[in-house]
Design a protein around this ligand. Structure first.
Ligand code: SF4
Ligand code: SF4
Length: 395
């Protein structure tokens, strides 16, 4: 442990500065400054860790502008987990910038008590229509994203869905975006699973996965949430915990090990679980999805290494996704709020890549939120919604 930075000694010591990790770094793609690349961040963090660099506005900017997409982790030939070091750096630097003070307070209030937090967000967004709050950048961004919390949350309803002759029992990890903003995606998944004769548990004890708080450097708060989720899901007797947001799944399965030394080991992203059950949901969408693009969410593609599964499911519906360049949609949680200009540039690149598509399908509700903020008049769906439609259309 370095006393100046408070950072643990990490595998950064092994970095040979080859630059392999820069190749897919989205922030470096937008700003070709070394410090905006994965390698640049590694070098800065190592110097900070060793006390050669002190906290500064520039260091803060470089470390907090990382999108935590994880592309760099998959490229390092030495297996260095660059995002682990970024999280550590953020924990150490979290109070260094005034510009994050408001968002830090709001995030801790909102995500530690997500139900009250999301309703307050709606109230503020509504007030923003009347008062000049829209002039404030964060409110403007939220408003542009069309955040709307109108109906009941998914977990406000039943928490157990039983079938007559169950073949097994699974749990659903809804995640905050699905629970509060897109409950219909959760309803679709529950309908598919019960249709496959699974008893489904939707526990009311689920809390935010902690990703937004960890990304702001609040590791202790994220750990508190992690412990509550591990406690809630581990004691359940279920064959899988199925998530509708790849970031949540990546966190509860992988990141929790680092921050609390335990995890929800049987967590699976919805496409991982459903593609394994393919013969039973094989249905054909016919002409409905001829010009469809599939958007790979970063935490699915780089974190969970999910690539073949959604394509297998699309194929089962007769959908052959059109070729499009891969890349981040620019959401990246708090990045969307803290770096709106770069977020928008990345989004517009993705949108341009999908110009041939009538419909864009993905497995992440946050990517849906981001893509819908720019693409109007075309369908943007969670793959689970499409599967649900396909199953119902052929019943
Ligand atoms: S790829 Fe790995 S070894 Fe090469 S610069 Fe990046 S972190 Fe260092
Ligand atoms: S996590 Fe993504 S944005 Fe951050 S350094 Fe790695 S590749 Fe770049």
């Amino acid at each position: 442990m370095n006393r100046a930075s408070g950072m643990e000694t990490t595998s950064l010591d092994h970095c040979v500065r080859c630059g392999g990790c820069k190749a897919l770094c989205p922030t470096y793609g937008e700003d070709a400054t070394e410090g905006m690349s994965a390698r640049g961040r590694v070098i800065l963090l190592k110097k900070y860790m060793e006390g050669e660099l002190g906290p500064s506005e520039t260091l803060d900017e470089r470390i907090f502008s990382c999108m935590l997409c994880g592309a760099c982790n998959t490229l390092c030939p030495l297996g260095i987990r660059i995002t682990d070091a970024i999280y550590q750096g953020r924990k150490s630097l979290r109070t260094s910038a005034n510009k994050r003070r408001f968002i830090g307070i709001a995030a801790r209030l909102a995500f530690k008590r997500a139900s009250a937090g999301f309703r307050a967000l709606k109230l503020f967004d509504g007030i923003g229509e009347i008062l000049p709050l829209q002039k404030l950048r964060h409110f403007r961004v939220l408003h542009e994203m069309g955040i709307n919390i109108s109906g009941p949350a998914l977990r406000d309803g039943a928490s157990l869905f039983k079938v007559a002759r169950p073949r097994g029992r699974v749990a659903v990890f809804a995640g905050c975006t699905v629970n509060f903003l897109y409950p219909q995606i959760g309803i679709s998944l529950i309908r598919i699973l019960t249709g496959m004769n699974y008893d489904v548990v939707l526990p009311k004890s689920e809390v935010c996965c902690g990703a937004p708080l960890l990304s702001l450097g609040f590791e202790e708060d994220a750990a508190e949430l992690a412990e509550r989720n591990v406690e809630a899901f581990k004691k359940m007797s279920v064959e899988a915990v199925i998530g509708l947001c790849p970031t949540c799944v990546y966190f509860i399965k992988d990141e929790y090990r680092r921050i609390v030394g335990d995890s929800v080991e049987n967590a699976l992203e919805a496409t991982q679980f459903l593609s394994g059950a393919l013969p039973e949901i094989k249905k054909n969408m016919g002409d409905a999805a001829l010009h469809t693009a599939y958007h790979d969410p970063c935490h699915a593609f780089y974190g969970l290494r999910v690539h073949a599964e959604p394509r297998k499911l699309l194929k089962s519906m007769g959908v052959n996704p059109i070729d499009s360049e891969k890349g981040c949609c620019g959401f990246a949680g708090t990045f969307r709020l803290l770096y709106p200009d770069m977020s928008k540039t990345l989004l517009e690149k993705r949108v341009a890549g999908y110009k041939e598509a009538d419909m864009i399908v993905t497995s992440c509700p946050n990517c849906i939120l981001q893509l819908r903020s720019s693409i109007k008049g075309r369908q943007i769906k969670h793959i689970v919604e499409l599967l649900d439609e396909a199953v119902r259309a052929h019943e």
